[in-house]
Ligand binder design. Structure first.
Ligand SMILES: Nc1ncnc2c1ncn2[C@@H]1O[C@H](COP(=O)(O)OP(=O)(O)O)[C@@H](O)[C@H]1O
Ligand SMILES: [Mg+2]
Length: 239
Protein backbone atom coordinates (compact mmCIF):
# COMPACT_ATOMS: atom_id res chain seq x y z
CA UNK A 1 0.00 0.00 0.00
CA UNK A 2 1.32 3.40 -0.97
CA UNK A 3 1.62 6.29 1.42
CA UNK A 4 -0.60 9.35 1.04
CA UNK A 5 1.04 12.70 1.82
CA UNK A 6 -1.13 15.79 1.97
CA UNK A 7 0.69 19.06 1.27
CA UNK A 8 -1.22 21.86 2.97
CA UNK A 9 -0.94 25.32 4.44
CA UNK A 10 -3.23 27.88 5.97
CA UNK A 11 -2.05 30.78 3.84
CA UNK A 12 -1.96 30.67 0.05
CA UNK A 13 1.27 31.02 -1.89
CA UNK A 14 3.55 29.42 0.68
CA UNK A 15 4.94 26.92 -1.84
CA UNK A 16 2.65 23.89 -1.62
CA UNK A 17 2.60 23.17 -5.36
CA UNK A 18 6.33 23.83 -5.64
CA UNK A 19 6.98 21.46 -2.72
CA UNK A 20 4.60 18.71 -3.87
CA UNK A 21 6.14 18.69 -7.35
CA UNK A 22 9.76 18.81 -6.20
CA UNK A 23 9.27 16.13 -3.56
CA UNK A 24 7.48 13.92 -6.08
CA UNK A 25 10.42 14.20 -8.48
CA UNK A 26 12.91 13.57 -5.67
CA UNK A 27 11.02 10.48 -4.48
CA UNK A 28 11.18 8.98 -7.97
CA UNK A 29 14.95 9.60 -7.95
CA UNK A 30 14.96 7.29 -4.92
CA UNK A 31 13.33 4.58 -7.03
CA UNK A 32 9.73 5.15 -5.93
CA UNK A 33 6.65 5.26 -8.12
CA UNK A 34 4.79 8.50 -7.42
CA UNK A 35 1.52 10.16 -8.38
CA UNK A 36 0.97 13.85 -7.78
CA UNK A 37 -2.71 14.73 -7.48
CA UNK A 38 -3.84 18.32 -7.88
CA UNK A 39 -6.36 18.78 -5.08
CA UNK A 40 -6.58 22.50 -5.84
CA UNK A 41 -9.44 22.36 -8.34
CA UNK A 42 -9.97 26.10 -8.61
CA UNK A 43 -6.40 27.41 -8.85
CA UNK A 44 -4.66 24.40 -10.31
CA UNK A 45 -1.03 24.89 -11.22
CA UNK A 46 0.68 21.70 -10.20
CA UNK A 47 1.14 20.89 -13.90
CA UNK A 48 3.34 23.99 -14.25
CA UNK A 49 5.57 22.94 -11.37
CA UNK A 50 5.96 19.46 -12.89
CA UNK A 51 6.88 20.85 -16.32
CA UNK A 52 3.58 19.49 -17.69
CA UNK A 53 1.81 22.72 -18.49
CA UNK A 54 -1.49 21.96 -20.22
CA UNK A 55 -0.35 18.40 -21.05
CA UNK A 56 -3.22 16.74 -19.18
CA UNK A 57 -5.95 15.64 -21.58
CA UNK A 58 -8.19 14.07 -18.93
CA UNK A 59 -8.59 14.86 -15.24
CA UNK A 60 -10.16 13.14 -12.26
CA UNK A 61 -13.44 14.91 -12.98
CA UNK A 62 -13.56 12.67 -16.07
CA UNK A 63 -12.86 9.63 -13.89
CA UNK A 64 -15.65 10.52 -11.48
CA UNK A 65 -18.06 11.10 -14.39
CA UNK A 66 -17.18 7.67 -15.81
CA UNK A 67 -15.64 9.06 -19.01
CA UNK A 68 -12.27 7.35 -18.46
CA UNK A 69 -10.33 5.13 -16.08
CA UNK A 70 -7.82 6.46 -13.55
CA UNK A 71 -5.01 5.04 -15.71
CA UNK A 72 -6.31 6.98 -18.72
CA UNK A 73 -6.44 10.20 -16.69
CA UNK A 74 -2.79 10.02 -15.59
CA UNK A 75 -0.34 12.30 -17.38
CA UNK A 76 3.17 10.83 -17.34
CA UNK A 77 6.14 13.09 -16.65
CA UNK A 78 8.52 13.56 -19.58
CA UNK A 79 11.60 13.69 -17.37
CA UNK A 80 10.67 11.21 -14.62
CA UNK A 81 9.32 7.90 -15.93
CA UNK A 82 8.00 6.83 -12.51
CA UNK A 83 6.03 10.03 -11.97
CA UNK A 84 2.49 10.86 -13.07
CA UNK A 85 0.19 13.81 -12.62
CA UNK A 86 -3.51 13.39 -11.92
CA UNK A 87 -4.95 16.75 -12.93
CA UNK A 88 -7.88 18.51 -11.28
CA UNK A 89 -11.18 19.36 -12.93
CA UNK A 90 -12.03 23.06 -13.19
CA UNK A 91 -14.91 22.68 -10.74
CA UNK A 92 -14.43 21.08 -7.31
CA UNK A 93 -15.99 17.61 -7.30
CA UNK A 94 -17.56 15.66 -4.46
CA UNK A 95 -16.43 12.18 -3.48
CA UNK A 96 -12.98 12.42 -5.09
CA UNK A 97 -10.94 10.99 -2.27
CA UNK A 98 -12.91 7.79 -1.79
CA UNK A 99 -13.08 7.21 -5.54
CA UNK A 100 -9.39 7.78 -6.16
CA UNK A 101 -7.14 7.18 -3.17
CA UNK A 102 -7.71 3.43 -2.62
CA UNK A 103 -6.92 2.73 -6.29
CA UNK A 104 -3.91 5.05 -6.39
CA UNK A 105 -2.34 3.53 -3.29
CA UNK A 106 -2.54 0.10 -4.96
CA UNK A 107 -0.38 1.29 -7.85
CA UNK A 108 1.92 3.94 -6.41
CA UNK A 109 4.43 4.04 -3.55
CA UNK A 110 3.54 7.65 -2.83
CA UNK A 111 0.48 9.75 -3.58
CA UNK A 112 1.13 13.45 -3.01
CA UNK A 113 -1.95 15.63 -2.66
CA UNK A 114 -1.37 19.29 -3.53
CA UNK A 115 -4.08 21.09 -1.54
CA UNK A 116 -5.47 24.60 -1.98
CA UNK A 117 -4.62 27.27 0.56
CA UNK A 118 -7.10 27.70 3.37
CA UNK A 119 -8.84 24.98 5.28
CA UNK A 120 -11.65 23.91 2.97
CA UNK A 121 -9.91 20.87 1.48
CA UNK A 122 -9.05 19.42 4.85
CA UNK A 123 -12.33 17.66 5.50
CA UNK A 124 -12.29 16.01 2.07
CA UNK A 125 -8.70 14.70 1.88
CA UNK A 126 -7.40 14.55 5.46
CA UNK A 127 -9.13 11.29 6.45
CA UNK A 128 -7.36 9.56 3.54
CA UNK A 129 -3.85 10.81 4.21
CA UNK A 130 -1.10 9.23 6.30
CA UNK A 131 0.91 12.39 6.77
CA UNK A 132 0.46 16.14 6.34
CA UNK A 133 3.28 18.40 5.28
CA UNK A 134 2.31 21.87 6.41
CA UNK A 135 4.19 24.43 4.34
CA UNK A 136 4.88 27.79 5.98
CA UNK A 137 7.17 30.73 5.49
CA UNK A 138 8.89 32.52 8.33
CA UNK A 139 6.48 35.48 8.54
CA UNK A 140 3.96 35.67 11.41
CA UNK A 141 0.83 35.40 9.21
CA UNK A 142 2.10 32.24 7.58
CA UNK A 143 3.03 30.77 10.98
CA UNK A 144 -0.34 31.47 12.54
CA UNK A 145 -2.22 30.08 9.54
CA UNK A 146 -0.03 26.96 9.49
CA UNK A 147 -0.77 26.31 13.15
CA UNK A 148 -4.49 26.62 12.45
CA UNK A 149 -4.22 24.33 9.42
CA UNK A 150 -2.49 21.67 11.51
CA UNK A 151 -5.26 21.94 14.11
CA UNK A 152 -8.01 21.55 11.50
CA UNK A 153 -6.26 18.57 9.89
CA UNK A 154 -5.99 16.98 13.32
CA UNK A 155 -9.72 17.55 13.90
CA UNK A 156 -10.36 15.71 10.63
CA UNK A 157 -8.39 12.69 11.74
CA UNK A 158 -4.97 13.45 10.30
CA UNK A 159 -2.84 13.38 13.42
CA UNK A 160 0.64 13.15 11.90
CA UNK A 161 1.93 16.42 10.52
CA UNK A 162 5.37 17.85 9.87
CA UNK A 163 6.41 21.42 9.19
CA UNK A 164 8.19 22.37 5.98
CA UNK A 165 9.56 25.92 6.20
CA UNK A 166 9.86 27.37 2.71
CA UNK A 167 11.48 30.49 1.24
CA UNK A 168 13.96 30.82 4.08
CA UNK A 169 16.12 33.90 3.72
CA UNK A 170 19.03 34.26 6.13
CA UNK A 171 19.10 37.98 5.39
CA UNK A 172 15.42 38.38 6.29
CA UNK A 173 15.81 36.35 9.48
CA UNK A 174 18.81 38.48 10.52
CA UNK A 175 16.93 41.73 9.84
CA UNK A 176 13.85 40.50 11.68
CA UNK A 177 16.04 39.16 14.50
CA UNK A 178 14.21 35.87 14.07
CA UNK A 179 15.28 32.24 13.79
CA UNK A 180 13.85 29.07 12.31
CA UNK A 181 13.18 27.94 15.88
CA UNK A 182 10.73 30.85 16.25
CA UNK A 183 8.73 29.49 13.32
CA UNK A 184 8.87 25.93 14.65
CA UNK A 185 7.74 27.07 18.11
CA UNK A 186 4.99 29.24 16.70
CA UNK A 187 3.55 26.51 14.44
CA UNK A 188 4.09 23.77 17.01
CA UNK A 189 4.96 20.98 14.58
CA UNK A 190 8.06 18.87 14.21
CA UNK A 191 10.28 20.16 11.40
CA UNK A 192 10.85 17.93 8.36
CA UNK A 193 13.14 20.45 6.71
CA UNK A 194 13.54 23.94 5.41
CA UNK A 195 13.95 25.18 1.87
CA UNK A 196 15.82 28.37 1.02
CA UNK A 197 14.53 31.23 -1.08
CA UNK A 198 15.94 30.37 -4.48
CA UNK A 199 15.53 32.06 -7.86
CA UNK A 200 15.82 28.73 -9.64
CA UNK A 201 12.22 27.96 -8.51
CA UNK A 202 10.90 30.84 -10.67
CA UNK A 203 13.41 30.06 -13.42
CA UNK A 204 12.22 26.44 -13.64
CA UNK A 205 8.61 27.65 -13.93
CA UNK A 206 9.57 30.13 -16.64
CA UNK A 207 11.40 27.40 -18.56
CA UNK A 208 8.57 24.90 -18.14
CA UNK A 209 10.90 22.38 -16.44
CA UNK A 210 10.71 20.59 -13.09
CA UNK A 211 12.99 22.36 -10.58
CA UNK A 212 15.05 19.24 -9.91
CA UNK A 213 16.11 18.94 -13.57
CA UNK A 214 17.68 22.40 -13.38
CA UNK A 215 19.54 22.47 -10.12
CA UNK A 216 21.42 20.36 -7.62
CA UNK A 217 21.84 23.17 -5.09
CA UNK A 218 19.66 25.51 -3.04
CA UNK A 219 15.96 24.64 -3.01
CA UNK A 220 16.47 21.51 -5.16
CA UNK A 221 19.06 20.12 -2.73
CA UNK A 222 16.75 20.89 0.21
CA UNK A 223 13.80 19.09 -1.40
CA UNK A 224 16.03 16.08 -2.13
CA UNK A 225 17.03 15.92 1.56
CA UNK A 226 13.38 16.17 2.67
CA UNK A 227 12.37 13.41 0.23
CA UNK A 228 14.99 11.10 1.73
CA UNK A 229 13.59 11.81 5.20
CA UNK A 230 10.06 11.11 3.98
CA UNK A 231 11.33 7.84 2.56
CA UNK A 232 12.65 6.80 5.95
CA UNK A 233 16.32 7.71 5.65
CA UNK A 234 18.10 9.47 8.45
CA UNK A 235 19.31 12.77 7.01
CA UNK A 236 20.59 15.39 9.46
CA UNK A 237 18.85 18.75 9.46
CA UNK A 238 21.09 21.59 8.37
CA UNK A 239 20.40 24.82 10.17
N1 LIG B 1 11.84 28.25 -2.24
C1 LIG B 1 11.36 29.18 -3.07
N2 LIG B 1 12.17 30.17 -3.54
C2 LIG B 1 11.67 31.12 -4.37
N3 LIG B 1 10.41 31.16 -4.80
C3 LIG B 1 9.56 30.22 -4.38
C4 LIG B 1 9.98 29.16 -3.50
N4 LIG B 1 8.91 28.36 -3.26
C5 LIG B 1 7.88 28.87 -3.95
N5 LIG B 1 8.26 29.98 -4.61
C6 LIG B 1 7.39 30.84 -5.46
O1 LIG B 1 6.28 31.24 -4.68
C7 LIG B 1 5.10 31.31 -5.47
C8 LIG B 1 4.01 30.45 -4.84
O2 LIG B 1 4.42 29.09 -4.88
P1 LIG B 1 3.36 27.92 -5.05
O3 LIG B 1 4.11 26.65 -4.94
O4 LIG B 1 2.51 28.14 -6.27
O5 LIG B 1 2.48 28.17 -3.73
P2 LIG B 1 1.09 27.52 -3.29
O6 LIG B 1 0.90 26.25 -4.05
O7 LIG B 1 1.24 27.31 -1.82
O8 LIG B 1 0.04 28.55 -3.60
C9 LIG B 1 5.49 30.85 -6.87
O9 LIG B 1 5.72 31.99 -7.65
C10 LIG B 1 6.78 30.09 -6.64
O10 LIG B 1 7.63 30.15 -7.76
MG1 LIG C 1 -0.71 25.67 -5.31
Amino acid sequence: MGKVILVASGKGGTGKSTSAAALACALTELGRKVVCLDADAELRNLDLCLGLSDCAVMDYGDVLAGRCSIADALTPSREYPALSLLAAPLEPAEGCAEALIPALTQDFDYCLLDCPGGLSAASQWAPWADLALVVAATDPCSQRDAARAAQVLDEHGLHTARLLINRVSRRFLRSAQATLDDTIDSVGLQLIGYVPEDQSVALALAMGKPLLTLSRRGAAAAFRRIARRLDGQSVPLRR
